[in-house]
Design a protein around this ligand. Structure first.
Ligand code: ATP
Length: 453
């Protein structure tokens, strides 16, 4: 079987996502809404597992990080002080031939002349700044005084609440505040499925430290974040930590890494790990007139902490997980003939469904009753799916395609009809190797929990 080209692979992934209920176009029955996506029953599980694992590793398993959940709408003054109102822009160009609106850095250049990537036209307007924040109005009047924005990043709520969180958590430097939430950017050119969306989710940590330790924490967090991606099943070879060159970094940053992934459409950013110095807290202290200083009990000094920010996109990571997991191999059909099998080789930790339970036959009451008993046994520990329709091979295939790592089949041996020694045992099938082992029903929870946690 020849490997599909990268664009074919991407088409297959997009089609699988829709067919099996991972991701749908937003407002699809009205023709969609560019740059917005809805997650279906399996997509929402995958996304939730990713966010839960991030929270577990970044907050629950650490003594030095606490969480918060800020509002999406904030006082406009926040966006003035952070610099977003004036500078959160992409230079944008219009093509006068095909009327496309394009990002200036996405034009194609042939023999030194910039061209429209859609029609090849050379009649382009001069670049204009285009603010990426969505405007909205608070209250009944729609004028300057009621204007604010949908947040384009979650980080600012953390900076603005820095003092409150510091006081209630009684943390000492270095310590971090973590948050997961929606962000909105009016991207000029949403593309590559969910990769560049207008509404998306971020998982951000602001890790506050002393100025002299900033560069060390930057490297520490780059390594931690690479480990995180490996622990959710992304091969190290497909991940790259790019050192962002001086001229491309934000002016206040002393060092930034982009963690990139080899998507089928090219190597692209998954996460930015940036040393933002004391820029954000200083700006908010200046603009609000409220002290955002830290008091060091030992040295009796007051100062504004520096911050290192690992900022990851939930949606981009979900897309990377699906791209990484997508695989076509061969498996025997009902008659033993080899056929192409589509399988999502998710790490069990993030698979939407952990285990599927099948009675061998749906019209044999004792088999069905036993299978339902097993579902009830496993449910307190994991998301389980019960399926009794169709041939067993077909049922396995349906689960392979959505990445369910384990399948449990209840057969006549489970009922002890053939061999009493096998009573209350089931076959446990592994998605990737397709190997089956016979295990006692009572051991299933502990076996599965150890393999999925
Ligand atoms: P890009 O250069 O791709 O526009 P960025 O450098 O502006 O991204 P950041 O501001 O560093 O992105 O945001 C942190 C993370 O948020 C990104 O690494 C990405 O995972 C996610 N993210 C940013 N913009 C989008 C978007 N339009 N759609 C989906 N995820 C996004």
């Amino acid at each position: 079987m020849s490997a599909p080209s990268d664009s074919q692979r991407m088409e297959k992934i997009v089609s699988l996502c829709k067919r099996r209920g991972f991701i749908f176009q937003s407002s699809e029955i009205y023709g969609g809404l560019n740059g917005c996506w809805d997650y279906g029953p399996l997509g929402v599980e995958l996304k939730r597992n990713l966010k839960d694992y991030w929270w577990r590793v970044m907050v629950h398993e650490r003594d030095d990080v606490v969480g918060m959940d800020g509002s999406i709408l904030m006082n406009r003054a926040v966006w003035k002080a952070s610099g977003h109102e004036d500078t959160f822009t992409d230079p944008m160009v219009d093509c006068r031939s095909c009327k496309a609106r394009l990002r200036a850095d996405q034009l194609v250049e042939k023999k030194g002349i910039k061209q429209c990537p859609n029609c090849g036209g050379k009649d382009l307007t001069a670049p204009r700044a285009f603010n990426l924040m969505f405007k909205t109005f608070i209250g009944a009047t729609e004028d300057e005084s009621s204007l604010t924005y949908l947040r384009p990043e979650t980080a600012q709520a953390i900076f603005v609440q820095f003092k409150n969180v510091l006081e209630v958590s009684r943390k000492k430097l270095p310590f971090g505040i973590a948050q997961i939430g929606k962000a909105f950017r009016n991207e000029i050119n949403p593309r590559n499925f969910t990769f560049r969306s207008r509404e998306f989710e971020q998982m951000e940590l602001e890790y506050f430290c002393r100025a002299e330790e900033g560069m060390r924490w930057l490297d520490y967090w780059k390594e931690e974040r690479l480990k995180f991606y490996e622990n959710i099943g992304i091969a190290r070879d497909n991940l790259h930590a790019l050192t962002v060159p001086d001229e491309e970094r934000a002016f206040y940053s002393k060092g930034t890494y982009d963690i990139e992934y080899d998507f089928p459409f090219g190597r692209q950013e998954l996460e930015g790990v940036a040393y933002r110095t004391d820029y954000d807290l200083s700006q908010h202290q200046k603009a609000s007139g409220k002290s955002l200083e830290y008091f060091d009990e030992e040295t009796k000094q007051k100062f504004i902490p520096h911050v290192v920010e690992p900022s990851a996109g939930v949606d981009r990571t979900v897309l990377a997980l699906i791209c990484e997991a997508y695989c076509e191999d061969e498996a025997p059909d009902e008659k033993g003939k080899m056929e192409t099998r589509i399988v999502l080789r998710f790490h069990p930790r993030i698979s939407p469904i952990k285990c599927a339970v099948f009675p061998l036959l749906k019209n044999k009451e004792p088999l069905v009753a036993k299978a339902k008993e097993i579902v009830a046994l496993l449910r307190p520990h994991m998301y389980v799916f019960y399926d009794e329709t169709g041939a067993i091979g077909r049922r396995y295939r349906r689960q392979d395609e959505i990445g369910t790592p384990f399948g449990v089949t209840v057969d006549f041996e489970t009922l002890g009809e053939k061999d009493l020694a096998l009573r209350d045992t089931v076959t446990l099938r592994d998605r990737d190797s397709m190997k089956q082992e016979r295990v006692p029903v009572k051991d299933l929870p502990s076996i599965l929990v150890s393999r999925i946690s």
